[in-house]
Design a protein around this ligand. Structure first.
Ligand code: 5GP
Length: 189
């Protein structure tokens, strides 16, 4: 997606050869026009797949899942990272190791929101090590729903996430694929 790549070049901050900061337009302050366009791209890519739910993980995937779900006219679900008082006992759960926070956490989805009749599209902001998306794919598998694929806004193709998902035969649609980066330099695949 050229518009996204241009924005990454203009405003992305490369903190190291592995971490890209996009806080000015995606992850903290949000460019709503761009996010709506991202939702349209994912919706178009999976238009023929009969998606019934879009699934993401709180918090940084929410705006992309919402934009995609609006374009597809289906609900979206965000997996929760913290157990809350309002949460029921019947949840699907997966343990995820966070590459940016360097800690493991458990994500949960209420069992009533995913059923074997659902066809799910998983959406997230980054594909890095793949841990978050594999965790969400595990949750979809636990529910018996079908997984149509995953949509990643930014894929860092030099990390292992893509191959981890491909090993599971999961279809991946990434809107910007970074082949390599280092402070002051970025190249797209
Ligand atoms: P994973 O390693 O599981 O593929 O990535 C998990 C999460 O870490 C992503 O959803 C994203 O929120 C965050 N993340 C991974 N790499 C980056 C990065 O380079 N920049 C930012 N801002 N977040 C990242």
């Amino acid at each position: 997606m050229k518009r996204l790549q241009d924005k990454i070049r203009q405003e992305g901050l490369i903190l190291s050869d592995k971490v890209l900061k996009v806080d000015s337009f995606l992850n903290h302050q949000v460019d709503t026009e761009l996010v709506l366009a991202i939702g349209e791209e994912f919706a178009a890519a999976f238009a023929g797949d009969g998606i019934t739910k879009v699934l993401t993980i709180e918090a940084s995937g929410i705006q992309f899942a919402m934009a995609t779900a609006i374009a597809l006219k289906v609900p979206f679900i965000y997996a929760k990272k913290k157990k809350t008082l309002t949460q029921g006992a019947h949840v699907y759960a997966a343990d995820v190791y966070s590459f940016t926070k360097e800690e493991a956490y458990r994500v949960t989805v209420d069992q009533s929101f995913l059923t074997p009749e659902d066809t799910v599209l998983i959406v997230d902001d980054f594909l890095a090590t793949g841990a978050a998306l594999v965790g969400l794919a595990d949750i979809v598998a636990q529910s018996g729903a079908s997984l149509a694929g995953v949509g990643c806004v930014i894929e860092k193709s030099f990390q292992e996430g893509r191959s981890l998902l491909e090993q599971r035969s999961i279809r991946i649609v990434s809107l910007a694929r970074i082949a390599s980066m280092s402070p002051g330099r970025i190249s797209f695949a």
